[in-house]
Design a binder for this molecule. Structure first.
Ligand code: HEM
Length: 432
């Protein structure tokens, strides 16, 4: 292809899978698994133009604060030359932050919180803890972007989530799909009013559809024995009963659509007007607000308009699940705490991080300021008198001849008595 410089890896710092992953949009690039890779360049092919890429915005932004790596560059005349190029992590921290802002804007206009959460969960939920090799073990590796996996029955409708995110992916070349899916899910939970999730980033992407997991790793909503089925699927991922119940609480958001999963009503009074695409059956009344109403509603089962899948119902039937479901129905704080931990764990399943410790991005919200001193807070301050008290004072005032418009007059009769008394006292003293 014209305008390309092909680079051959010369040190162990370079990761072919990572570089291939960066360039492997299912829509634009063919999959690649070979250790050589190339950078697209719009300028004529030359070493200087390649060097320019690293100092020229926005590409320079990509490599900000990252280590150097020696790379053999094959020039267009066939000769090789060594250049220093910065080592990039799987995703760029600055781009992760910018992408999060874009996701927030997307949520404001599309109200797509639920489907983004489902996308993140279905990418991660294929993990099999008994398989050690990556990416065969499945998990959060961006494989869900490939058509072969999107076509799995459990993923019906998720292509719509991918379409919503693709423009963000196209905007940020320093962001993997695996990270984008988890970033979108976490941002959606937080923006819907859920807890802050302790996420980390830096996940590598699988590079081709041949690396997608086989169908059948995600749970079924109506299996013959829902409790056994949930345990079989979630234990395979290394998750426990508490985590199964807490994560199921994500159904506090969103709807089920018969034309996708086969579950739920085509519409209810809560979904017929959207927001977003109308229709489907929700688990809760406020299905865009993340709270503990999922547990309350399943427990009460008062409203036929609300959905309860067999795998939801079993959370209040199985003795071990029930302990947590009851607790979360009573105590939203306990639910938020356990959900946040379980969600972050789910998002890390099977993922391969670069750097290995992952990248934490700050939440972007202003740091809490020390509370301003307000003297009034520490004194009782001026208090308004009650109406009864005001009335009482007024009647006492009026008894002495005063009124709201007239100051209290001197009581002449009383004054004369006092003067007579004083005179009588003086007379008796002088008489003695
Ligand atoms: C416990 C086993 C689970 C089963 C059997 C299950 C099943 C389902 C089904 C059948 C739907 C309806 C999909 C549709 O028709 O479009 C759905 C939607 C959804 N699921 Fe689950 N799910 C499970 C666990 C989870 C977990 C662990 C999460 C997240 C942590 C989650 C998040 C969601 C969300 C947010 C939606 C709404 C999607 C939308 O409105 O587009 N689910 N789930």
């Amino acid at each position: 292809m014209a305008g390309r410089v092909s680079l051959t890896r010369s040190t162990s710092l370079a990761s072919p899978t990572k570089m291939a992953a960066l360039a492997s949009s299912p829509f634009i690039f063919p999959s690649r698994t070979t250790p050589s890779f190339s950078f697209a360049s719009s300028s004529p092919t030359s070493l200087s133009s390649l060097k320019c890429l690293t100092s020229f915005s926005p590409i320079s932004h990509l490599f900000f604060n990252q280590a150097q790596r020696r790379t053999q560059v094959r020039l267009s005349n066939g000769a090789y030359s060594t250049v220093f190029t910065p080592k990039s992590f799987a995703s760029n921290p600055d781009q992760l932050k910018s992408a999060r802002e874009d996701i927030r804007q997307l949520l404001k206009t599309k109200f797509c919180h639920p489907i983004l959460i489902r996308l993140g969960w279905h990418d991660a939920g294929t993990y099999n803890k008994s398989i050690e090799e990556w990416p065969q073990r499945g998990g959060a590796n961006g494989s869900l972007r490939f058509e072969v996996e999107l076509k799995h029955a459990a993923n019906a409708g998720l292509v719509n989530a991918l379409k919503l995110l693709q423009p963000i992916k196209d905007k940020y070349s320093g962001l993997t799909y695996a990270d984008l899916f988890q970033l979108a899910a976490a941002t959606a939970v937080e923006e819907a009013g859920g807890p802050k999730l302790p996420m980390k980033y830096g996940r590598l992407d699988v590079s081709g559809p041949d690396q997608c997991p086989e169908e059948g790793r995600l749970p079924d909503a109506g299996p013959p024995s829902p409790a056994d089925h949930l345990r079989q699927v979630f234990y395979r991922m290394g998750l426990n009963d508490k985590e199964i119940v807490a994560l199921s609480g994500a159904h506090t958001l969103g709807r089920s659509r018969p034309e996708r999963s086969g579950w739920g009503k085509p519409e209810t009074k809560y979904t017929k007007d959207g927001p977003g695409e109308p229709g489907g059956q929700s688990w809760t009344v406020q299905w865009l607000r993340f709270d503990n109403s999922y547990f309350k509603d399943i427990k009460e089962r008062k409203d036929e308009e609300l959905l309860v899948l067999p795998t939801d119902a079993v959370l209040f039937e199985d003795p071990s699940f029930k302990v947590y479901a009851e607790k979360y129905a009573e105590d939203q704080e306990a639910f938020f705490k356990d959900y946040a931990e379980a969600h972050a764990k789910l998002g890390n399943l099977g993922a391969k991080f670069d750097p290995p410790e992952g990248i934490v991005i700050d939440d972007g919200s202003p740091k809490p300021q020390p509370e301003k001193f307000e003297a009034a807070k520490y004194s009782t301050g001026k208090r308004e008198l009650s109406d009864t008290m005001k009335q009482k004072i007024r009647s006492e005032y009026e008894a002495f001849g005063g009124s709201p418009d007239k100051p209290l007059q001197s009581n002449y009769f009383l004054n004369i008595i006092i003067i007579i008394g004083v005179l009588a006292l003086l007379t008796s003293l002088l008489g003695n």
